[in-house]
Every structure is written in C-alpha cells, then in structure tokens.
Design a protein. Structure first.
Ligand SMILES: [Zn+2]
Length: 349
C-alpha cells in the first residue's frame, strides 16, 4: 500500500522536479541533489523505480541511492511530515483490516473444509462435458482458460434445478423459460453456495440472458464471485463480470458495475478495481468515481484499446499478461487518481 502513497506524493512534488517524466511506472528527472547539471539543464539522470513495493531513487550522476521517504525528507520537510502522518494512518488502517481478514480466514480454516456444496451435486462442470457439448463450445468460444473450466457448471433445466434448491422459487406458472444454462455458483469463503449467476447458451429474450439469483434473503447485490478461491494476502483484482475475472490472477467479480459492498470495503487495502472500458457509460463512470473518492485503487485502460471489457480484450487478441501489466501500471488512487480518471474519460481519441 505504501507504494500508492509514495506515487501520490511523488506526483505532488513532480512540478518542482526539472525535466520530470514518467514512463511505465519509472520516473525520470534532473537530480535535485547534485543539481544535474550546472552546465546542461536538460540533463535528467535521477530515477525513481519500483522495488519491493517501494519506490527507490537512484541518480546516475552523483550515484546517490535513497528510499522515497529519505528523498522527500531532503526535498521538502513539511511535505515529508505529511507523508509520515499518512503512512502511519495507512498502517493503522491496514493493521485493522488485516486483523479482520485474519479472523475471517482462521474462521474459514477452522470449519470442516467444504469440498463441494451439496446443492451442486449431479451438475457436471464444463470440463466434464464432451468437447462438442453446446455449453463447452460456448465457454471455449469466450476463450475461458482451461484451468477455470471446473468452476463453471452446466444445468439442463435451470428452472427445475432452482426449484429443487429453493422450493417454490419459480412459481409453476412463471413465464420463465426452463432452458439449459451455464452456471456460476457464487460462494462464501467456505465454499457454501449463496447464489448463482446463470447464462443462457441458446438465444433467448435479452432480459433473461443473464439471471442472477441469491439463495440468501435480500442480498443479491452483495454477492461476489470468487471469494472461495481468492488469496486475501495478495492484491485482488475486482471486475464487473464473472468471465472477466477468470482471466486475471487472484480476481473476484461483483456481478455488475456497483462496488458498494461491505466485503469489498473490508478488503479495500488489497483491492484493485478493474472497471469495464466504457468511458461513455455514465453508470460505470459514476460508480468508479465514487470508489476513488472512497479511497479505492482503480485500474485505467489504455486509450487505444476499444474492447469494452477484459473478456472482449482477450477475444480481440490481447494476452492475459499484457492486460495484467497494463492494469498494474495504470492503477491510480486518491485525488490524483480521480483527476487521472477524469482525464481518461474526457479523452475521446
Ligand atoms: Zn544526482
């Protein structure tokens, strides 16, 4: 987390750093320590680069090597004091969140390992289906990574299955079509199924294409896909759609464009939100701005990518590695983040 804070403070002093520029997370400018140089003001041999979740300063002229905080202490004493305060605040918040996570995690470990929730009994996963099965063909068509196929299920008759899990969920006269669907079980950290998102594999009425159901009262908007698999100690990517999350490491999905969710809040220090690439969609941008204001980190898309989400980007030929690198390099937060996000939005190139 301190890396974000360091970047924010570095951006803050950047107007005072001669010849300042940034490329791929590496910052370059004229070293203020040695003057770099008296003879040629165009010289810029000071560099900040990332190492072990920290920014490290090196000057190729005077050879000085400093941590960010030492550099700042030398450069601007009053801003340095602010930085120290912010770092302390951050540490306290992180410590509290870590406690919460640790207790959650220990609690999850203490209960008997739930291998598979019984509600999924009898449903095949996509990798268990014949290669030419319509559901498998559909999922493969979306280039789903083969190691993720076992997370997706197939149900022959969605309506009947739901009624078996939750008797009376669909009334006998319900207009809902009893079709075959692929099924994403949405679980808690223990692997207990809290709800499902299903997707029709045959053409159907647009409003029934995706159906998300919660088996827990009044909690549809709180469902998060992937919590049972995620490592809470590592950075967590958060996407809108489930398919998108399958292409990113340690990722979860919020099933929509709203990130208002107490679980996400408790994971804030770990979370990098990867919104859909839809700068003209007011709903998407409004929600992202809200999260930036609330202190979350958000990944911004490169302007030359036209795909509207991660899955589309994969389908149009970008590799997972490329996207992860782009999102990591383009992660912003705080006020600076909000400014950068708004700049991105207004770029209509
Ligand atoms: Zn120097």
């Amino acid at each position: 987390m301190s890396l974000y804070l360091e970047r924010i403070f570095l951006n803050r002093i950047s107007p005072q750093l001669r010849n300042f520029s940034e490329k791929g997370g590496v910052y370059n400018f004229s070293c203020p320590i040695c003057g770099d140089s008296k003879k040629d003001s165009k010289k810029a041999r000071g560099y900040f680069f990332e190492g072990e979740n920290r920014l490290i300063y090196k000057c190729h002229n005077c050879g000085v090597s400093l941590s960010f905080s030492h550099f700042l202490k030398h450069f601007d004493k009053s801003l340095y004091r602010q930085f120290v305060m912010e770092t302390l605040k951050e540490k306290l918040i992180e410590k509290n969140q870590e406690e919460t996570l640790r207790t959650q995690f220990l609690r999850a470990k203490k209960t008997i390992e739930l291998v598979k929730d019984a509600v999924l009994d009898g449903l095949p996963t996509i990798d268990e289906l014949p290669k030419n099965h319509v559901a498998r063909v559909y999922v493969n068509g979306r280039k789903c990574p083969s190691e993720k196929l076992s997370l997706i299920y197939f149900v022959e008759n969605f309506k009947d299955w739901v009624n078996k899990v939750k008797p009376g969920f669909f009334k006998p006269d319900s207009k809902f079509i009893a079709d075959s669907r692929i099924l994403f079980p949405i679980m808690d950290v223990h692997g207990k199924v809290l709800g499902v998102q299903s997707r029709a594999i045959k053409p159907c009425d647009h409003k029934y294409r995706f159906i998300t159901l919660s088996f827990v009262e009044n909690s549809k908007e709180r469902l998060i896909f992937g919590l049972d698999k995620v490592d809470f100690k590592k950075p967590i990517f958060v996407t809108e759609g489930i398919f998108d999350s399958l292409f990113l490491p340690n990722a979860i999905a919020v099933l929509g464009s709203s990130y208002d969710n107490p679980t996400l809040k408790s994971l804030q220090s770990r979370v990098i939100i990867v919104p859909d690439n839809e700068k003209r969609n007011r709903e998407v941008t409004k929600n992202v701005e809200k999260m930036l204001k609330a202190g979350f980190s958000v990944a911004i898309w490169d302007n030359d990518i036209t795909a509207k989400d991660v899955n589309e980007a994969i389908l149009s030929g970008y590799s997972k590695e490329f996207l992860v690198k782009m999102f990591t390099n383009n992660t912003v937060s705080g006020l600076e983040g909000l400014v950068k996000y708004k700049l991105w939005q207004s770029d209509r190139s």
